[in-house]
Design a binder for this molecule. Structure first.
Ligand code: AKG
Length: 267
């Protein structure tokens, strides 16, 4: 396995999963206890959404790459998959990732956003470096669940260890030819921060905190790199939920929990 740093060497993954996650800002979970059938169930539902990719509105289905060729989609993304396909919420995979989020947040969690990125074969696009906090709230976490074994050549995730303990960096904004807004950090800045690549075996996942700097390699492999990403925040208390219900409703809330007017709507 090729990695930029010899994988997680030198990083302390000891202790319970929550303390390792709090320390590093991300956590590889090599085995979620899911069966092939559990993963296939998610894949079947997401495949059906990606079959509709070209028919879905641009706010929902778009290319995350800066790409001038409308015939080639380099980093196809569909956001709010669970709203389009609520059966995802009934999958065993969803229950397992929710339990993982509860464990790592040390609190009952709720999913606040989800999206899927299916990187095609032969149209390699790297997911640019960013902190999810560039899109809104800086607390909570994302569970990155690939639907196949994912090595560097398939387009695995990359993280900067401990970056969740540092600042919210100023991001640059790119607007794709289709009008999709992408906040990103310069490669040169992040390359100097000693990032690590984190391949995932089939049935595993990676989790990262919203302030953790991350990106993903392009898919240069032989199969579509499919990943379902669910974003969780601590579930507010019953009292807080009642107060929230009394507040005037915000018109549209993005994956980060900020209103559409605050910032872009995509990680
Ligand atoms: O799946 C990918 O390529 C990147 C995912 C990511 O960066 C994110 O969910 O914020």
């Amino acid at each position: 396995m090729i990695t930029e740093r010899s994988e997680l060497t030198g990083l302390d993954l000891t202790g319970d999963r929550r303390s390792a996650f709090d320390r590093l800002g991300f956590l590889p979970v090599p085995d979620l206890g899911l069966s092939i059938g559990d993963l296939t169930e998610v894949e079947r539902l997401l495949d059906a959404l990606f079959d509709r990719y070209r028919d879905l509105p641009g706010e929902i289905a778009h290319d995350r790459a800066i790409n001038d060729d409308p015939d080639v989609v380099r980093i196809p993304e569909i956001v709010r998959c669970t709203e389009l396909e609520p059966r995802l919420l009934a999958t065993r995979a969803f229950h397992v990732v929710t339990a993982l989020a509860d464990e790592l947040l040390g609190h009952r969690s709720q999913m606040v956003f989800d999206h899927a990125i299916f990187k095609p074969v032969g149209a390699a696009g790297a997911t640019s470096w960013h902190q999810d906090s560039a899109y809104g709230r800086d607390t909570g976490l994302a569970v990155w669940l690939p639907l196949q074994m994912t090595d560097v050549s398939d387009g695995c995730m990359r993280y900067v260890p401990f970056s969740h303990l540092g600042p919210n960096h100023e991001h640059r904004l790119d607007v794709t030819p289709q009008g999709h807004r992408i906040w990103h950090l310069d490669d040169a800045l992040v390359d100097g921060m000693d990032p690590v690549s984190v391949p995932v075996p089939l049935g595993g996942a990676n989790v990262h905190a919203r302030k953790t700097i991350h990106g993903a390699w392009p898919n240069t492999g032989q199969r579509v790199r499919k990943a379902w990403i669910t974003i969780f925040a601590k579930r507010p208390s019953r009292v807080q939920r009642s107060i929230d219900r009394l507040r005037p409703r915000r018109r549209s809330v993005d994956r980060a929990g900020t209103t559409a007017g605050d910032r872009a709507t995509s990680n």
